[in-house]
Design a protein around this ligand. Structure first.
Ligand code: FNR
Length: 363
């Protein structure tokens, strides 16, 4: 295999290696995939204002997230069904994240259970929650995550129904028969049936509680003492509501452009959310982050950290745990280099003045 020199190269190799149905599920966005392209393109509208002749012989990238000290502000987003990429799936990802000293969020729709992931060893992990109609089931799942040592709940709030991912519809996407949604196994909900549609879209339509609302964020706090991150915020209005509802943090996310098409790139929505949060809770971002420069730009616009989704599944497909470790290492090294070349020795030295966005000076 040719030497991999950046995160995006894994996708090209993964595309050759994976069955079409699986690659399409991982790669696709919703409908016209405008937001999918925009999540990447928007980063190129932000340029650097680097400072020179600053002693950058020591760079500190450590940070603290919800009280947990981690090696860098780069974390792993929840992505479902990782065993389609590699037989070790989420457990390989968990080990790689832990080795890198960072946080992984495990998806509700993982092929490995919370207990299995916990048994891979130490590491700081959060649990992503999809709220099913059956609230007993939800409470049970949250308790299992808590017992397994997960440290926070990331409540996905942008998915009352699944976005229209046309490749999955064409492929009549379904989970291969030897895999299950492991957190639901034994509850008779582990399988995704083959339908005329995307099997996942049908599953979500049947199971997910479309009536989920802000009061349920409060309900969630009655069943768990874990901090709750609200994932899928794109506006100032919802930032305020999330804080009022008791969120411990906000993830600016458009679900990797897989839900509503023609929402802005997350990097374009970030500042609005950061301003509305007024420093009361940390704001994170995911969507299209592929370079250390992207991470720096997000931090300069006020994010406390970022999450990566697709790069992890593609690296997992190509090289398992080692691939995920390499993705995290490459982003770490690129961010460190970006900081050095911009004159920032620590994350708190990264400021809004280190970047200029093309919306800063309207012509
Ligand atoms: C996701 N995402 C996601 N989000 C979530 O809350 N629960 C989930 O189970 C999944 N599953 C999932 C599968 C796949 C294949 C993808 C690509 C994405 C969204 C994910 O957490 C994150 O928001 C995006 O992936 C971030 O964008 P990038 O880094 O993939 O561009």
């Amino acid at each position: 295999m040719e030497m991999i020199t950046n995160v995006s190269e894994y996708e090209v190799i993964a595309k050759e290696k994976l069955p079409k149905m699986v690659y399409d599920y991982y790669a696709s966005g919703a409908e016209d995939q405008w937001t999918l392209k925009e999540n990447r393109n928007a980063f190129s509208r932000i340029l650097f204002r680097p400072r020179i002749l600053i002693d950058v012989s020591k760079i500190d990238m450590m940070t603290t997230i919800l009280g947990f000290r981690i090696s860098m502000p780069i974390m792993v987003a929840p992505t479902g069904m990782q065993k389609m990429a590699h037989p070790e799936g989420e457990c390989a990802t968990a080990r790689a994240a832990s080795d890198a000293g960072t946080i992984m969020i495990l998806s509700s729709y993982a092929n490995s259970s919370v207990e299995e992931v916990a048994s891979t060893g130490s590491g700081i992990r959060f649990f992503q929650l999809y709220v099913h109609k059956d609230r007993n089931l939800v409470a049970q799942l949250v308790r299992r995550a808590e017992r397994a040592g997960f440290k926070a709940i990331a409540l996905t709030a942008d998915t009352p129904r699944l976005g229209r991912r046309e490749a999955d519809i064409k492929n009549r996407f379904t989970l291969p028969p030897y895999l299950t949604l492991k957190n639901f196994e034994g509850l008779d909900l582990g399988k995704i049936d083959k339908t005329d549609d995307s099997g996942l879209a049908s599953y979500v339509a049947n199971q997910i509680d479309q009536s989920l609302s802000w009061k349920d964020v409060k309900w969630l706090q009655t069943i768990t003492s874990l901090p709750i991150l609200v994932k899928g915020v794109l506006t100032a209005e919802d930032t305020k509501l999330a804080i009022e509802a008791g969120a411990a943090g906000i993830i600016v996310s458009n679900h990797g452009a897989r839900q509503l098409d023609y929402v802005p790139a997350t990097i374009m929505a970030l500042e609005e959310v950061v301003k509305a949060a007024q420093g009361k809770v940390p704001v994170f971002l995911d969507g299209g982050v592929r370079r250390g420069t992207d991470v720096f730009k997000a931090l300069a616009l006020g994010a406390s950290g970022i999450f990566i989704g697709r790069p992890v599944v593609f690296a997992l497909a190509v090289d398992g745990e080692a691939g995920v470790r390499k993705v995290l290492q490459m982003l770490h090294d690129e961010l460190e280099l970006t900081m050095a070349l911009s004159g920032c020795r620590s994350l708190k030295e990264i400021t809004r003045n280190h970047v200029v966005a093309d919306w800063d000076h309207p012509r």
